[in-house]
Write a protein that binds this ligand. Sequence first.
Ligand code: APR
Ligand code: ZN
Length: 278
Amino acid sequence: PDDVEIHELLKGKDIASIAKYMKSKHCKNVFIMAGAGISTSAGIPDFRSPKTGLYSNLAKLNLPFPEAVFEINFFRKNPVPFYTLAHELAPGKFRPTLTHSFIRLLSEKGLLHTHFTQNIDTLERRAGVPDEDIIEAHGSFATQRCIDCGEPYDGDEIKRKIKGKEIPYCNVCQGLVKPDIVFYGEGLPDEFHLAAPSLKNADLLFVMGTSLTVHPFAGLTRLVPRRCPRVLVNLELAGDIGSRTNDVTILRECDIAVRELARELGWEEDLDKLWEET
Ligand code: APR
Ligand code: ZN
């Protein structure tokens, strides 16, 4: 039956097998879980890679612990470390990667059901992935508001403040303004919880560029059906990927892996065209 056929297709446990499966009648709804590793080749550091990761390069901000830079109670007391980092990470300075274009290509081929991302860089949007297919589980820099009264704050105004290394305060109550990024101590957006159950319809899950360290995002991997192949594209093993029969681990740079997969699918030209446009 189907399970035997799916297992057969994936036998090689490599990129060619994933392409074979994707071309089969079994693969209709593709889901993606992405993390900072899909943006490192754009020049945005990830968080936990030794030496290059953000959390080992925040010493100059003298934080009590690295994650404090994204911790809401610490931010209320001292917003300077976050806004120093925001100045370095400010969106608009970086170009989407080949992996971001591959995600858009999946959408153009009618295969992408939902792209769950932990990233706040909005590079998926910049690459042309349709907004309705993206769940920004940890929010993004796209909007900002006062953390005391909730008053929205103007986008151009906060860009000016960040550029000028100034802290933005609310025009209504003088409270601190924060981009709508999910800080430690805050809940994930409703759209995340509303979209998560759709993973039970997954025919293929790509987990790309994430250490699967942070919950509840990391828990999404368990929501796909057992027959659904879970493909990790990452420089190291992550989470529970590898524990199921149809799991495949590709321990390579994601840009290299997606190019090889596009080639196996006969999509390499389409991929290059999309990427050249971004
Ligand atoms: N290709 C493939 N994998 C890569 C690449 C690359 N070019 N570059 C880095 N990686 C891998 C790293 O080996 C690591 O396993 O990507 C993973 C990135 O993991 P983290 O740095 O932990 O980033 P992420 O998983 O996105 O962090 C999750 O932590 O602090 C929070 O809110 C923050 O959203 C973030 C969350
Ligand atoms: Zn306010």
